[in-house]
Write a protein that binds this ligand. Structure first.
Ligand code: F6P
Length: 476
């Protein structure tokens, strides 16, 4: 395989869909990474024999293209300093907090921006090299917002899509960004720009009108093409989802169900298991849910032995200061809660700072009675959809933040404002006491909704819009 091979379909994302493991004997091997994006795009990639451009997750790995599970992977190398400035810095300490309602203070550093531009150019160059004439290139997420424009400049023959997996902020916040016009202009290099929620697409269109003065007529934006003419860009919501059939299949396996029972037994068979599953991120509202749970224990509305909170917090972005601080705060809170309420035989909170394989996650979803998704802001939150897909017996209750994109679709969940601790506590008590009939009615409706819009529908709808949009533009 050489980099001169050309592909009709190219996906570009910050990370490749594989993780590199280095063994004790120094050899390395690749493993499919557990992320939702991989599952989402895998069927499309296979059908189109496409290529995937991305970073291999470690510093200074200058690798040749290789094939994994029938997909060609094109690694882009990042130096240690670029990881610091482009990935940990501009992507995760500037854009991430800014796009999530400034829950944490974004840092604005010019050298981080310079690295972001440079690395985006490298991704664009790598993609331009492997895309065949007239190919479709689908760029993913906030780390690569300049790539669509950079690609269009080099390769006007391409059809370019972009999907933003995280929220797009209201203009009042977005306006803080010193490079706000460059980012908007970078995105407008695409033919179709996809967002999770209708509100995100609206925020983006408003930013375009304010910063560039282009006319918008939802979902179309009329963009000057630099040669005195115009192109039409579509900016629209395409809510992402999960592979429902895969989760249902795993949830139906006898060994996974046995593992769920074992988890319940190991926890001492409490009447209620509450579950939180998140990357350890300040956007997820983990502190808010611990506070609400702790107060319910203080007040005696819940008691240890009868109720337990299992909190999986998978390690994430561990070199970024805000994440280090969050970990300290969460672990202090969990320690205090257990110190105050746990007994020798029962914990109040079972806190797990690990990532787990999918089968174990499904066993946890099956073991839980109440799922807590209390994000302060979240693009979609696929955990909510995974929990719903796994409820084959329609027995679980989902508590879902109205600030997660999933709330637009999962209206039969108990919707909460996680900032309102009393409201959150009421929802937790209501979930624990909910009669079986109501649980079933709600979960049945949720399952129907998740099944209707599964991940293949997401990618098919986006790619159909992209085909049509490009055809429409060039026909003018
Ligand atoms: O959608 C949000 C996102 O940043 C994805 O781009 C990424 O796959 C995931 O969260 C995990 O983040 P990271 O790649 O920084 O570990």
């Amino acid at each position: 395989m050489t980099a001169t091979n050309r592909y009709d379909f190219v996906v570009v994302s910050n990370r490749l869909p594989v993780d590199r493991m280095v063994h004790d004997d120094g050899t390395a091997s690749w493993h499919r990474s557990p992320g939702g994006l991989v599952t989402a795009l895998e069927p499309v990639m296979r059908a189109s024999q496409g290529a995937w451009v991305g970073w291999a997750g470690q510093a200074d790995l200058d690798l040749e293209p290789f094939t994994f599970d029938d997909v060609t992977l094109i690694p882009v190398a990042l130096s240690l300093l670029e990881i610091e400035h482009y990935y940990e810095g501009f992507s995760n300490d500037t854009l991430w907090p800014l796009y999530h309602d400034v829950i944490a203070q974004p840092s604005y550093h010019r050298e981080w921006w310079d690295a972001y531009v440079e690395v985006n150019q490298r991704f664009a160059d790598a993609s331009a090299r492997v895309a065949s004439l007239g190919a479709t290139v689908w760029v993913q997420d906030y780390q690569l917002q300049l790539v669509p424009r950079m690609l269009r400049e080099q390769r006007p023959d391409l059809t370019i899509g972009f999907f933003n997996h995280i929220p797009f902020p209201p203009y009042g916040l977005y306006a803080q960004l010193p490079w706000r016009t460059q980012i908007i202009d970078g995105l407008l290099g695409a033919d179709v720009i996809g967002f999770q929620r209708v509100a995100d697409a609206g925020n983006f269109s408003r930013a375009v009108r304010r910063l560039l003065g282009y006319a918008t007529r939802t979902p179309e934006i009329r963009v000057a093409d630099g040669a005195g003419g115009h192109r039409t860009v579509i900016a629209k919501a395409f809510p992402i989802s999960i592979d429902v059939a895969e989760f249902e299949e795993i949830a139906g396996r006898p060994e996974v169900q046995a593992r769920a029972q074992q988890i319940r037994d190991d926890l001492g068979n409490p009447s209620t298991i509450m579950l939180g599953v998140d990357r350890l991120d300040y956007t997820k509202g983990i502190r808010h849910r611990l506070k609400a749970f702790g107060e319910l224990l203080d007040e005696g509305a819940l008691s240890v032995g009868d109720a337990v909170l299992v909190q999986v917090a998978s390690p994430s972005r561990e070199r970024v200061a805000a994440y280090m601080q969050l970990r300290d705060e969460i672990e202090l809170t969990v320690g205090r809660l257990n110190g105050t309420h746990a007994s020798i035989s029962h914990s109040a909170v079972a806190y797990l700072h690990h990532g787990y394989p999918r089968e174990e996650m499904v066993a946890l979803y099956l073991a839980a009675d109440v799922m807590l998704v209390t994000a302060l802001r979240d693009g979609m939150n696929l955990v909510a959809k995974e929990f719903v897909a796994c409820q084959l017996d329609e027995g679980g209750v989902l508590i879902l933040s109205e600030f997660a994109g999933a709330a637009d679709e999962l209206k039969n969940a108990l919707l909460v404002n996680p900032h309102d601790i009393d409201g959150l506590k009421e929802a937790m008590v209501a979930a624990v006491r909910m009669p079986q009939r109501e649980r079933t009615t709600r979960m049945r409706a949720l399952r129907r909704r998740v099944r209707e819009n599964d991940v293949s529908r997401w990618s098919n709808t986006f790619l159909d819009t992209l085909r049509h949009a490009n055809h429409h533009s060039s026909a003018r």
